[in-house]
Design a protein around this ligand. Structure first.
Ligand code: LLP
Length: 437
């Protein structure tokens, strides 16, 4: 998919670059992003919304993969950016991302995060709870600024997704519940606070969702709530944000729909629920993360040791693992892989790919069909663009890999591989331990 193909030498090529050349230049493990595919995904969202005729903002959920070069692409594609921490905000600002297109999320924004974001004059806060509502109003007042907000609503829509990553059900740490009246109370309160400008409401029903029904249902619930609030409280929403969660194809069994289908379901639901009863059509915002970067990422590893347990299983170990991709260990996420150096060869054996960390749970793929694997082969795991680098760690003091963007036959390093100096960079040896040699 994307610009990936097998070249004349039988090697995996991405963005017109032979992945073995990338390995020679940057080493392994290495995250490789197909920049053209990232941009294509951005445009699929933007064009589908444009086709709807509604006013819109597509905010890339930077939690999926937040580095400065990615922020540049998002800006270049005319999109907005969703951040959830001071670190993501800092990254965006350092990359020169326009502050007015930044939306700040999170269920426990600290005072210093709110101050930093107000000082930067970001476009909107997505307020999650009553504590934040009051605090934000106070801080905005101290800074003599009026701050745009959305209220995050928990609409009680359960999307078909992995239990650990669903956030739409009522028993959730996120948002104001629609069902028990706390959303209603939050609207009353927010619209009375002098330093906040309530633009509208937000919902996020889960992640890696394939069905359109969940989005349409959320849109309908938001709409009937909007009409109720307009009629009873005289508050009209200008913005409805339906969050992210659009599914991608990790393995061949996954069956996501084209982006345009999700967008049409959402915009149709908005059009058929607003724009009547004298309710002006709101602006519609979404926050895709995974579906922008997920399938554009490939991780390259070098194969090292193997352990064959006859009649049981063959383990093949690579030079990375849960430190660069914790998703299999955390969510039982599944991935497909191939050999980048022998991409045209037919599969010959079923092996399981182990990482190099000191724990049994450090497995990348159980049972993958590959040509006879040997030490020195380059393993390419696909669809690692989302929540891989973003969730990488230094467990076992393993250095995080570098990240490369490839496009039109060129490669650009956008994140250097971590250095040993960085590994010990924050360590401090107390004076009393220092030895005079
Ligand atoms: N908006 C909000 C409020 C969110 O909480 C999320 C994801 C998104 C947007 C973007 O969702 P996406 O389009 O990427 O599905 N670490 C997990 C995923 C956690 C998602 C959390 N929220 C994973 O690796 O699958």
């Amino acid at each position: 998919h994307g610009t990936s193909k097998i070249n004349d030498q039988g090697h995996l090529e991405i963005g017109g670059v032979d992945t073995l050349e990338l390995v020679a230049e940057y080493g392994t493990p290495l995250y490789v992003f197909d920049e053209a595919l990232v941009r294509q995904r951005c445009r699929e969202f933007v064009e589908a919304f444009r086709a709807s005729g509604l006013k819109f903002q597509v905010a890339y959920a930077s939690k999926a993969f937040c580095v400065m070069a990615m922020c540049r692409i998002v800006e270049d594609e005319g999109m907005s950016l969703d951040v959830v921490s001071d670190g993501e905000l800092y990254t965006a600002l350092q990359a020169g991302f326009p502050a007015e297109r930044i939306h700040f999320h999170g269920n426990n924004k600290t005072i210093s995060e709110m101050e930093m974001a107000i000082d930067a004059k970001i476009g909107c806060f997505v307020v999650d709870n009553f504590t934040e509502l009051e605090l934000l109003n106070v801080i905005a007042g101290e800074k003599r600024q009026k701050v745009n907000i959305l209220l995050r609503i928990t609409p009680g829509v359960e999307a078909h997704t992995h239990e650990y990553i669903s956030t739409g059900q009522t028993d959730s740490k996120f948002g104001f519940d629609l069902g028990n009246g706390s959303a209603y109370k939050a609207i009353q309160q927010a619209s009375a606070l002098p330093n906040l400008d309530l633009l509208g409401i937000h919902s996020h029903i889960g992640s890696q969702i394939f069905e359109v029904e969940g989005f349409a249902m959320a849109a309908e619930k938001m709409a009937s709530f909007a009409v109720q609030v307009r009629d009873e409280l005289d508050v009209t929403f200008r913005v409805i944000n339906l969050g992210g969660g659009f599914g991608i194809r990790y393995v061949s069994e996954d069956t996501p729909l084209p982006v345009a289908v999700y967008v049409k379901a959402i915009t149709d639901a908005i059009k058929s629920n607003f724009g009547q009863n004298d309710y002006p059509l709101p602006e519609i915002w979404v926050e895709p993360g995974r579906s922008i970067v997920g399938d554009a990422g490939t991780t390259l590893y070098t194969v090292g040791s193997a352990k064959d347990i006859p009649g049981v299983r063959k383990y093949v170990a690579v030079d990375g693992g849960m430190t660069d991709n914790p998703r299999p260990a955390l969510y039982e996420a599944v991935y497909e892989a191939g050999l980048a150096n022998r991409a045209a060869e037919a599969p010959e054996e079923v092996v399981s790919i182990a990482g190099k960390c000191c724990e049994s749970g450090d497995m990348l793929i159980w049972d993958v069909n590959l040509p006879k694997v040997k030490a020195g082969d380059i393993l390419a795991v696909s669809c690692t663009g989302a929540y891989n680098y973003a969730m990488a760690s230094n467990y076992n003091r393993i250095r995080r890999p570098g990240v490369v963007f490839v496009k039109d036959g060129e490669s650009d390093l956008v994140v250097q591989r971590e250095s040993f100096e960085q590994i010990v960079g924050n360590d401090v040896i107390p004076n009393r331990m220092k030895q005079v040699s």
